[in-house]
Design a protein around this ligand. Structure first.
Ligand SMILES: Nc1ncnc2c1ncn2[C@@H]1O[C@H](COP(=O)(O)OP(=O)(O)OP(=O)(O)O)[C@@H](O)[C@H]1O
Ligand SMILES: [Mg+2]
Length: 262
C-alpha cells in the first residue's frame, strides 16, 4: 500500500439487509489522514455502510477495500483486519461493572499478551489522550455522558488503529460536550496520523472538522464534496436534509409501508 492508496475504497458497492438493497452503486475513496463525514437521515444505511467496512456485512455486489485490500471473508483474517479499525458504536458500550481504566484495557487484554503493568501504562496514556487520566479508576456511572463517550473513544484507540470509525458519536450529548468530542476526533486524527469516518446526523457539529462529506439517501450517495460545497449546494435532496424538512425528495420511511401496516 503506497501513501496514495486510499484507506477505504468502495466501488460499485451494493449492500443488502433482509433481502433488499439498502445501498446501491456506492463509490467512495477515503484518503489517508482525512476525516470523512457520512451524513443522511435515519434508516438511510449509514450503520450498514460501516458494517461493510468491518466485514460484518459482505457486499451483495461490488467491492470494499480497507488498507488497500479487499475485506476478507475468513474469521482469522477478519479479526486481524479489525485490530486496525477503532470503532465507536452508537451508544458507548462501556461495561458498567468495570472502571474506565478496565474498560480501556479490554482490547489490550483480548489481543496482546502484555504484562499488567504495561497495560496499565498504555491505558493511562489513552485516557490522557482524551483528557481523562484523572478518572481512570471511576466507574461509568460516576462520569458525565460526555466523559463516558471519551472513555469509549480511548478504548477504541487502545490498539493504535490507523482507521477510526464513529457511529453517531454525539448522540445524547449537549452542544458543549458535542464540541469537545468533535474537537477530540479532529485532534486525535491529526496528531496520531489517523483516518476517520464519522457517521452522524449532527451536520452542524461535524462539518467544521470534516475534509469531505457524503450524504446518503434513497439508497445511494446524493452528495459527495467538501463541507463548503455541501453548505452551498442547491440540490433539493441536500437542502431537505440540511434543513430537516419532512417533505421533499427524500422518502423518510425507507421500509415499505405495507409491510408494517397497523
Ligand atoms: N440486521 C438487519 N436486518 C434487516 N434489516 C436491517 C438490519 N439492519 C438494518 N436494517 C435496515 O436497513 C436500513 C438501514 O439501516 P441502518 O441502521 O444502516 O440506518 P442508519 O442510517 O444507520 O439509521 P440511524 O440514523 O437511525 O442509525 C433500514 O431500513 C433498516 O431497517
Ligand atoms: Mg445507524
Amino acid at each position: 500500500m503506497t501513501n496514495e492508496t486510499p484507506i477505504v475504497r468502495l466501488n460499485h458497492l451494493r449492500l443488502d439487509r433482509g433481502g433488499r438493497a439498502v445501498l446501491r452503486d456506492i463509490h467512495l475513496d477515503v484518503p489517508r489522514g482525512s476525516i470523512v463525514a457520512v451524513l443522511g437521515p435515519s434508516g438511510s444505511g449509514k450503520s450498514t455502510l460501516l458494517a461493510a467496512l468491518t466485514g460484518e456485512l459482505a457486499p451483495a455486489a461490488g467491492s470494499v477495500e480497507v488498507f488497500g485490500q479487499a475485506v476478507p471473508q475468513g474469521r482469522r483474517a477478519l479479526l486481524e483486519l479489525r485490530k486496525g479499525i477503532g470503532v465507536l458504536l452508537q451508544g458507548n458500550g462501556l461495561l458498567t461493572d468495570l472502571t474506565a481504566a478496565e474498560n480501556v484495557a479490554l482490547p489490550l487484554r483480548a489481543h496482546t499478551n502484555l504484562p499488567d503493568a504495561v497495560i496499565r501504562q498504555l491505558v493511562l496514556m489513552k485516557l490522557h489522550a482524551v483528557g481523562l487520566r484523572a478518572v481512570a479508576d471511576s466507574y461509568p456511572r460516576e462520569l458525565s455522558g460526555g466523559m463516558a463517550r471519551r472513555v469509549a473513544l480511548a478504548r477504541a484507540l487502545a490498539l493504535d488503529p490507523p482507521l477510526m470509525i464513529y457511529d453517531e458519536p454525539l448522540t445524547g450529548l449537549d452542544p458543549i460536550a458535542s464540541g469537545v468530542v468533535m474537537e477530540l476526533v479532529k485532534r486525535l486524527n491529526d496528531t496520531l496520523g489517523l483516518t476517520s469516518i464519522v457517521v452522524t446526523h449532527h451536520v452542524h457539529e461535524t462539518l467544521p472538522v470534516a475534509d469531505h462529506a457524503i450524504v446518503i439517501a434513497n439508497g445511494g450517495i446524493v452528495f459527495s464534496g467538501t463541507p463548503a460545497q455541501l453548505e452551498a449546494s442547491e440540490d433539493p435532496f441536500v437542502r431537505q436534509f440540511l434543513n430537516g424538512e419532512p417533505d421533499g425528495p427524500i422518502a423518510f420511511d425507507a421500509a415499505p409501508r405495507n409491510s408494517e401496516a397497523a
